[in-house]
Design a protein around this ligand. Structure first.
Ligand code: ADP
Length: 343
């Protein structure tokens, strides 16, 4: 419609009025909506209409001196093609910037892994250690006379669960490198926490640690990658268990709490250990800071990256009784659904 109006105005107006230049304004305005190809097509149509208007004006004799008409049509054509050229150049530059940005994101994702092999080794070493402990327990129960088949069966169950967890972790790390999005789902945080605590139960029992679970009933569903959240919790629990080796047996306690908090459900892991060593504290979430002889120091940095990637958070607080208290927040399922609905 606009095109038609411009070309009619161009045909009936006096040659000295450069109506044709309005085509350039139209092309500029349409560049926000039209893809590259359609923009070239529009410029071609505008150029043809400019020539058609010139022809009509000279046939109708409505424009005055033909020389002005030819000069004005020439200026309109130059304006149309110059505008098109500039828009295409801007588009090409924008595409190049986007491509570089994607490459940079991929590069920093790989760098952010802080050495894939180190991270994988760290995450998988936990279920592998649990498998070894449970396998030893299983053998002991079988060697007793009479063999303690029920207990051996329980240890075998834990071995299977840990082996499955190790496999899932490897799969997740692989997909992180490939750039796949985390597998978000809505789930009950209490069930995920209880499941993991049960899997690690045997190991905690052997270390003489009392586990206190305070899971708030009827909390809303959260939305995140369930396996990754269990990975974060497992990391915090095993760190707490390692710290508790430094305190006498009866004082070894870990409290796991879930409760609603601002914009999500918060999970707290508090231990009765010695707390964070002063020199580690400022670098707690930086990779490769460890106080352990066998430690790698990537667990907490990887855990924070996981929490931030799903829109949650992980932070530390000094325990009142001197132990370490870690909190992580997982976003609510309904909030994330709302976000998707409005975007
Ligand atoms: P790693 O366990 O391999 O050292 P992490 O990133 O998981 O790597 O932990 C970094 C450091 O934070 C640990 O070496 C330890 O000094 C400290 N830390 C983590 N959790 C606790 C805890 N619950 N109590 C005391 N210190 C802790």
């Amino acid at each position: 419609m606009v095109l038609g109006a411009i070309s009619i105005a161009d045909a009936v107006a006096h040659y000295e009025i450069a109506i044709g230049a309005l085509y350039a304004v139209l092309i500029l305005a349409m560049s926000y909506w039209l893809p590259r190809r359609s923009l070239i097509g529009l410029a071609m149509v505008c150029a043809s209409l400019t020539l058609l208007s010139l022809l009509l004006s000279s046939l109708l004799g409505s424009g005055g001196d033909d020389v002005y008409g030819v000069v004005n049509a020439g200026i309109s054509l130059i304006t149309i093609f110059l505008t098109l050229y500039l828009l295409l150049a801007i588009d090409a530059a924008r595409t190049a910037v986007n491509r570089s940005r994607e490459k940079l994101a991929q590069f920093s994702r790989i760098r952010g892994m802080q050495g894939l092999t180190t991270a994988v080794a760290h995450e998988v070493s936990q279920p592998l250690a649990a498998i070894l402990t449970n396998a030893a327990a299983c053998t002991r129960w079988l060697q007793q006379s009479p063999p303690q088949l029920a207990r051996a069966g329980l240890a075998a169950d834990r071995i299977m669960a840990d082996a499955a967890r190790a496999g899932e972790i490897i799969g997740r790390v692989r997909s992180l490198i490939r750039g796949d999005l985390p597998q978000l789902s809505s789930f009950d945080l209490n069930a995920a926490v209880a499941e993991l605590v049960m899997t690690l139960g045997g190991e905690f029992e052997q270390r003489g640690i009392a586990m206190l679970l305070e899971l708030r009933a009827s909390i809303p569903l959260v939305r995140a990658d369930r396996v990754q959240i269990q990975q974060v919790l497992s990391n915090l629990l095993l760190n707490a268990a390692e710290a508790l080796a430094a305190v006498p047996g009866p004082q070894r306690r870990i409290r796991v709490v879930t409760e609603p908090c601002e914009a999500g459900i918060c999970c707290t892991v508090a231990d009765s250990g010695p707390g964070i060593v002063a020199e580690i504290r400022p670098h707690l979430f930086e990779p490769f800071w460890t106080s352990k002889a066998e430690g790698i120091g990537v667990g907490l940095s990887l855990s924070r990256a996981i929490m931030e990637a799903c829109g949650g958070a992980l932070w530390f607080e000094e325990g009142e009784a001197g132990g370490a208290v870690f909190h992580f927040r997982v976003p609510l399922a309904e909030d994330r659904d709302g976000e998707r609905g409005t975007s």
